[in-house]
Write a protein that binds this ligand. Sequence first.
Ligand code: OMP
Length: 270
Amino acid sequence: MNRKALISAIQDKKTMLCVGLDTDIKRIPQFIIDHYEDPIVEFNRRIIAATSDECVAYKFNIAFYESLGPKGWEALERSLDLIPDGIFTIADAKRGDIGNTSKLYARTFFETYDFDSITVSPYMGSDSLEPFYGYDDKWIIILGLTSNKGSQDVQMQQLKNGERVYQETIRRCAEYGDASNTMFVVGATKSEYIKEIRDIVPDHFFLMPGIGKQGGDLQSSLDNGMTDDYGLLINSSRGIIYADETESFDEGALAAAKTLNAAIRDHVSF
Ligand code: OMP
């Protein structure tokens, strides 16, 4: 999906919500486990059917699928096929390796599986990300300032030039591609830093996880991160897909998505 289509989807649906399909076999209601051959696919099918009018993106955290071995990869493929056209898809795989290996990661998620985007770690530098750029209308989502506590350990460290590691990382990585094929992960739990990151990369989309279970602040994330083109994908995973763990979990997910969208629309005019 290209940038224009993504922006149009946000405008049409009046939301920048991304639903995270972090589908944990241990949290799937028992009746799904008992009655369906592939409980992950059935759970995702119901969540997608309930929420697809309420979001512009789905993010598959690959760990939840690959941890199940071949059945997990099959469930990933079948679930990806269930995403309606016009919705942006993210392989949250956080890959990155020497170029020769990254080429294969790119092939996995952009060819074997037809995702619109992949999350990548910038730690190994430009040659590790370069192979992901060889595709039309595909996106690279680079870890910028992550939502977790451990982001202090390296990302927040100060360099000799006075910049923090995450600032230097974002500045450099912005040069590998451009705002039509590159996004940055910026945690919603880091709202005090979002404005300065926005100053470094005024046009790039940010993928913002951390709303909901991690305690990120929606209002300040929107206030500090939005651009004239919206510029944000706001992710919520557990807060939506496990909002209700009963048999009517899909209705619970829809209600949670609507609540989040109402909060977004309170602050954004589409
Ligand atoms: P919830 O906390 O359940 O909404 O899930 C957050 C999702 O975003 C998980 O799939 C995380 O792996 C992912 N994530 C973060 O939580 N923090 C980050 O800094 C980056 C990501 C990510 O790249 O998506």
